[in-house]
Design a binder for this molecule. Structure first.
Ligand SMILES: [Zn+2]
Length: 424
């Protein structure tokens, strides 16, 4: 954006690109367009399991489409699914399928024996989920209107430049035919990060860094595996596997199990843990909705520490705690639920609610300054009166030392933040 005539002085990439397009269009040298990072799609496979391609090869007419009335073209029954030695599709071995008449000239012809790739079905499978038993159309129009578009589509990053584009392309084609009601298939898209090997590299058999989840389940249990997979990092970012991290999650699950030995009567929250419980319910509920599982788990770990510091937990507190954890560690929490005889199944109970007013920290750390210089820190009740706070501040050892032999000119308390004492 320097020494470039009409672009001189631009400071923003987007604006300068726009200007460049305008100039190119004015001069007739080019025009604005969207370039999709779409990759070529080899659409035929030499295997049995796939949708047959409804095309007939006629020696006279060339490629002829199977007539509409004969659709859907079904796979023939067979028991040998291996491709031929010459690499031919398994279907090529079924004469009754291959040999047919040309729909155009009526002469002898042969069917296409390659099948469609799995991406063909995966481009529009979700439309069939809407109305799976309909034998007239792939889905009823009213049902499509009700369920589509998909609210939230989660999948791997590797789908971004392939499956998602094909799927959208497929859907738009159906839209143009008037078969689906809305122009876009998906409203929201997220992708989970890849779990890397312990060496930080992508897992692969050749590198020998593959972690088998079945082995982790055998050693630590499914709850620990689930917990760790969700705790190991930001949901959308790649993260390396760590055996120590797994062990940490195992300790967390063990400590939750051991809560059974600390239970006291009482359906409500104890006064010293009430705020912590309300805050944790709020945090975990919000984090689950936004896929921030790692911070939700961290909040539950913090609460568990507070419970252990106290040394006991009420029946009501334990009930809330295991309900919050249940989506992540369903087995151990359901077992605790049964041991505690809360009644019914935990996974069918209602989600705990919180009171916003009770979420505020009941204590806060403030700074104490003398003549603008920090002399100490003080833990106070958030709603403590100014007189109380000032007295506590002046009693702090280092503050008291700084005040010794001086005259206090002014005392200032900024609620929940700091005390400043001006002396001469
Ligand atoms: Zn023909």
């Amino acid at each position: 954006m320097v020494n470039s005539e009409f672009l001189n002085g631009f400071t923003n990439k987007k604006d300068s690109i726009q200007k460049m397009i305008e100039v190119l269009q004015e001069k007739g040298l080019g025009e604005k367009g969207v370039q999709y990072k779409m990759k070529d799609w080899a659409f035929n496979r030499q295997r049995y399991w796939g949708e047959p391609i409804p095309i007939i090869h006629c020696p006279h007419c060339g490629l002829v489409a199977v007539p509409y009335e004969e659709l859907p073209l079904r796979l023939p029954e067979m028991s040998q699914f291996e491709p031929g030695t010459d690499g031919e599709s398994p279907l090529a071995k079924v004469d009754s399928f291959v040999n047919c008449k040309c729909p155009k000239c009526g002469g002898d012809a042969k069917r296409e024996t390659d099948t469609m790739p799995q991406w063909a079905g995966s481009s529009w499978y979700f439309l069939r989920y809407i109305d799976p038993k309909n034998n007239q159309v792939f889905a009823d129009k009213d049902a499509l209107k009700y369920w589509m578009p998909v609210d939230w589509y989660n999948g791997g990053m590797e789908h971004v430049t392939r499956h998602l584009i094909y799927s959208r392309f497929w859907y738009r084609f159906l839209y143009d035919l008037g078969e689906v009601p809305y122009i876009e298939p998906y409203q929201k898209r997220t992708a989970q990060g890849l779990i890397l090997g312990p060496d930080g590299e992508k897992m692969s058999k050749s590198k020998g860094n593959v972690v088998d989840p079945n082995e982790v389940v055998n050693v630590y249990g499914a709850d620990v595996l689930r917990l760790y997979a969700l705790f190991m990092g930001d949901y959308e970012k790649a993260a390396p596997w760590s055996e120590n991290g797994v062990k940490g999650c195992k300790r967390f699950v063990d400590r939750i199990w051991n809560l059974l030995e600390m239970v006291k009567d009482g359906d409500g929250y104890s006064s010293d843990l009430e705020a912590a419980f309300h805050r944790t319910i709020k945090k975990v509920s919000e984090d689950y909705e936004t896929l921030k599982y790692n911070t939700a788990i961290a909040a539950m770990m913090t609460l568990l520490n507070a419970i252990y510091d106290k040394g006991s937990i009420t029946r009501g507190e334990l009930k809330t705690f295991i309900t919050l954890l249940n989506p992540i560690a369903p087995h151990v929490t359901e077992e605790i639920w049964q041991q505690m005889s809360y009644g019914g199944m935990l996974n069918e109970t209602s989600w705990p609610t919180y009171d916003e007013a009770k979420c505020v920290e009941s204590t806060v750390e403030i700074v104490v300054q003398v003549n603008g210089k920090i002399r100490g820190h003080l833990m106070i009740e958030t709603d403590a009166e100014q007189d109380v706070v000032l007295n506590m501040a002046k009693a702090e050892e280092k503050v008291a030392a700084a005040l010794e032999g001086k005259t206090i000119v002014k005392e200032l308390y900024i609620k929940g933040k700091l005390v400043n004492i001006v002396v001469k």
